[in-house]
Design a protein around this ligand. Sequence first.
Ligand code: MN
Length: 247
Amino acid sequence: MNPIIGITSRQPVIKTSGGELEAHVVNKVYTDAVIRAGGTPITLPPVAPSEASRIVDRIDGLVLSGGGDIDPSFYGGKPHDDMYAIDPRRDEFEFALVREAQSRKLPVLAICRGLQVLNVALGGSLIEDIPSEIGSTDHSVRGPEVVNCHQTVKIEPDSLVAAAINNSEACVNSIHHQAVRQVAPGFRAAGWTSDGVVEVLDPDDHSWPILAVQWHPEYLAVEDDEASLALFAALVESANHQANITQ
Ligand code: MN
C-alpha cells in the first residue's frame, strides 16, 4: 500500500478536441518522482478553500507544485510587469491547504511557487522580481537544461532539508523570478545562493515534516540527481508514517 500524495495543479489553456480550454495540469515529472519514491500521486485542482480540511483528511502527503506568481495583494506587494499566470483562486485554495497541513503536521514538499505559497500563507512576503531588485539573472534558466543543476545552495546543516539530502550544500536548477523577502513567523531561511536569494525554508517545529525548496527537484530527478530523489523519498517516508503504513 502506497501513501497518497496530493499535488497541486496549474491552470493553463490547452488545445483539446473541444477547442482551447482551461485544464488542471500536473507536469509528469512530479508524478514520476512521487511514484519512483513509492507514493501514489493524485492531482488537486483548486476548489473552495473551505474544502481544504476534507482534502487533507484524505491525503498522506502534499506536494505544493510550481507555477505562476502569487497575487501580490496577498502579501502587500506591488504589481510588476513580469508577473505572470496570477490566479487568486489557486492562491487561496493553496493557502488553505498550507494552514490545514500545518495544523495536522501533514508531510509537505513545497517546490518553487510552493515555497512562496507556504511563506505567504503563513504571513511572509516576496520579492516581486529578482532581476529588478537584486540584478541577478541566474535564477531563471528555462528549456531542456532544467534537468541539470547550475547554482550552488548553501544549506543550514541542522535544517530538515539538509537532513533529508544528508548534505549542507546542493547543486540546483533555478526557474523563478521571485523569492522570499520577509520569512513567515514559525520559519527561518535555511539555504541561500551566493547572491543571498533564499532557496530553503525550515520550520521552527521539526515535528512538522515540511521540506521547502525554491529550486525544482522534480526536474533534477529525471537525471537521477541523488539529493532530488532524497527529497521525494523523505516526503514519502513521512507520508508512510502519517498513514501508519509499514513496509
Ligand atoms: Mn534560484
